[in-house]
Design a protein around this ligand. Structure first.
Ligand code: ASP
Length: 310
């Protein structure tokens, strides 16, 4: 039987057992399980990895629990600007949007850019106009308002500090979302979506929509979706680096992920993690923070959902 698999993440950071109540933990676990199983169902029904990652990411974007779509963090201006990307491992086609406002599901917009334009990345106003022309749903500001996120931003809005959604405060955690999948035809896909970092400069773009940094897929190697301090992920070209180690050095998925997340990023001071699935169905979910919201499901195996270090 051909392996098929999907893995998702909901962000990495200072997430410890002591920082979540058992009720909060339950809610996160349920949201992760629902998203990974919805994506897995697409694969089990013979759907493509692209569809599967999109279905999973849409569910995570629609949840206020995660820093993407509805739950996006506040920028320095008190607004929400979102980044997203999607990539097809078979064709190496990719679509990305950066700094978009009021888009309900940035992942759908990135898919539209991939499918219906000659470009890879659109930003700001141009991306929004493209969205209007392609029937992508918009939401008003109220849709993106979240009391916790507002409080989180209020504490740093007068400073120059910007932070990973989940690294400073120990009691409430959220995060960027992503999905990677391998379908029954052997095709890989990756997608990532984020509101970025709390109190980020307006118009700041992170690693998420940058192909090769936060998102990458190639049928010859693996599909990768990252979460963490984007500035480091861009400089370390993290997602492509994992793929390169497999392609040029013959590393296994696990070896490549360990090298990049536990050595290269740690040496640079880059906090975060990633999820990856290889063309033969291996899954790796490394992180160098205290926790990462994550889940995966392969073939008919039991769903794995994790938050803390095992
Ligand atoms: N990587 C994202 C960014 O820097 C943040 C995150 O993963 O939470 O925009």
């Amino acid at each position: 039987m051909t392996n098929f698999a999907i893995a998702i993440h909901g962000g990495a950071g200072t997430i410890t057992a002591a920082s979540l109540t058992s009720q909060q933990e339950k809610v996160y676990r349920a949201a992760l399980q629902e998203a990974v199983e919805a994506g897995h169902q697409v694969l089990a029904d013979g759907g493509s990895s692209l569809e599967a990652v999109e279905v999973a990411v849409v569910l995570l974007e629609d949840s206020p629990l995660f820093n993407a779509g509805r739950g996006s963090v506040f920028t320095k201006e008190g607004k929400h600007e979102m980044d997203a990307a999607i990539m097809c491992g078979k064709t190496l086609e990719a679509g990305a949007v950066a700094g978009v406002k009021n888009i309900r599901n940035p992942v759908k917009l990135s898919r539209a850019v991939m499918d219906h334009s000659d470009h890879v990345m659109l930003s700001g106003y141009g991306a929004e106009e493209f969205a209007r022309n392609h029937g992508i749903a918009f939401e008003n500001e109220a849709y993106f308002f979240d009391a916790f996120r507002y409080r989180q931003w209020s504490e740093v809005r007068d400073s120059n500090m910007f932070m990973l959604d989940h690294s400073e405060k120990k009691d409430e955690k959220f995060g960027t979302v992503g999905a990677v999948a391998l379908d029954k035809s052997g095709n890989l896909a990756a997608s990532t979506s984020t509101g970025g970092m709390t109190n980020k400069n307006y118009n700041r773009i992170g690693d998420t929509p940058i192909i090769g940094a936060g998102t990458y897929a190639n049928n010859a190697t693996c599909a990768v979706s990252c979460t963490g301090h984007g500035e480091f992920y861009m400089r370390a070209v993290v997602a492509y680096d994992v793929s390169c180690l497999m392609e040029y050095k013959g590393y296994s998925l696990k070896q490549a992920c360990e090298e990049v997340v536990q050595r290269k990023l740690v040496n640079m001071g880059g906090e975060g993690g990633l999820i990856a699935v290889s063309s033969n169905g291996d899954v790796s979910l490394p992180f160098n923070t205290e926790g990462m919201y994550r889940a995966f499901k392969r073939n008919k195996e039991k769903t794995f959902v994790g938050i803390y270090k095992e």
